[in-house]
Design a binder for this molecule. Sequence first.
Ligand code: SAH
Length: 274
Amino acid sequence: MTGSAQLASGERVLLFDRKDRRYVITLAAGAEFHSHTGIVAHDAIIAAGEGGRVRTTGNAEYTIMRPTLSDFVVKMPRGAQVIYPKDLGAILMLADVSPGARVFESGVGSGALSMTLLRAGADVVGYEIREDFRNRAIGNIESFLGADAFDRYRVELRDAYDGIDESGFDRMVLDLPEPWQVAPHAVDAMRPGGILVAYTPSVAQVMQLRAALQRLPFTMIATLEVLHRGWYVEGEAVRPDHRMVAHTAFLTHARLLAGPGPERPVAAGDKSGH
Ligand code: SAH
């Protein structure tokens, strides 16, 4: 993935111009990249290397970089809406994902979250109800991480609301419409101390999920949103960008207690220090 500045046919690259228009392409010897500013030969991109620059036939300049995971996620083919990088980063930290952690994920959608978990070193089992989405996710993961990732990744075509057939998961990350239908299964599927994180766009979902978590042996239950505001920095004009993505989803997280005993503490509310 990282490597020398030398690029090869078959590698993926990010091209961006002065206006920060971005394209992700896969290099092929002899092929051409076409944009509204003209044409560049892939061979010229390969010759320029990572960090290099090329000019189109219309004299526009493109800078060449290997795409980061974040670049790839926003450009990759998708069916379902993907989780955006600002939330993917937060999920890794809230779920405390580490190499070798066993993570349950549902639904899998386009695979943006799957590839983020895999890149952090987790072993991932996904439940997804739509075969076309599963296939797209697998294609995206192979394309970005290579087939080796499948040693640590499996997607089953099934409905997560119906139950989870495995146990001993360290973490569960949910991105589906009714996570409160999965939370009860988490109690058996996850080990005590395990962390559940759910990504839900609406407040009504947060309320239903929180009510469900409160009835189950979960503690340290908290909800937050991640606001990512870019800044414009040009000479004396230094200010927040005019536009931002104001809302994606809320992140609710909770930790599983050992056994649904009567003395378990009441969920503590938002005392997590965020
Ligand atoms: N997190 C994904 C996007 C998930 S979109 C990403 O980053 O790319 C939500 C997905 O949940 C869809 O693919 C949908 O088919 C799936 N889904 C919805 N209900 C489900 C259920 N009950 N069980 C399993 N998957 C479900």
